[in-house]
Unconditional design. Structure first.
Length: 187
């Protein structure tokens, strides 16, 4: 595949993403903002990098002024390296997110779970716990969406069987959403 073909694949895939799912995601985040709730974001590998980046963009990039008091409360649970390595070592990698959620999340909070395959055990375990504890969930997936797409309260699906490009498209979606939130939070 040459670069032109790659760009065509990216554009075709972006065109196939549901605008209704994107709108649902925006409303999910606005609901957290207006209700003064925390948004926890999780992912592995490239999705962990996307989780960290999205949390930063939501918390800082949506501020309308430097002194704005009300802000989106977003945090990536992928950034707590000491906890992740201790938890992974002592109790297994599958518990790295659910144990953090047990410490920090409360009913009514929000969880954004990013998984290209939709089948990462630590993501699934965290979403199942969140669903049972009244934490609202959204799954951001690629491939066929896996189990995550089925169990999350909401979903944004990128129907592409190629991890690197699916993660890139997730990033494009996240940047669009941050720009759109800036507009909607003004009103």
């Amino acid at each position: 595949m040459n670069f032109t073909q790659y760009i065509q694949q990216v554009n075709t895939t972006l065109d196939s993403v549901s605008e209704n799912e994107i709108e649902d995601f925006i409303n999910f985040l606005l609901d957290a903002y207006y209700n003064d709730k925390f948004i926890f974001i999780i992912g592995n590998g490239g999705s962990a990098a996307n989780a960290s980046h999205l949390a930063q963009d939501l918390a800082k990039g949506t501020r309308l002024t430097e002194n704005q008091e009300k802000r989106i409360k977003a945090i990536s649970l992928t950034d707590n390296i000491s906890f992740i390595t201790a938890q992974g070592n002592d109790e297994g990698y599958e518990s790295i997110f659910v144990q953090q959620l047990r410490s920090f999340a409360r009913p009514g909070d929000y969880l954004v779970a990013i998984s290209g395959s939709g089948n990462s055990p630590n993501i699934i375990k965290a979403v199942e716990w969140a669903n049972n504890k009244g934490v609202k969930t959204i799954g951001i997936t690629g491939f066929d969406g896996g189990k995550l797409r089925k169990i999350a309260n909401h979903s944004v699906h990128v129907n592409l069987n190629e991890m690197c490009t699916a993660e890139s498209i997730h990033s494009v979606i996240f940047h669009y959403i941050v720009l759109e939130l800036r507009i909607r939070m003004k009103t």
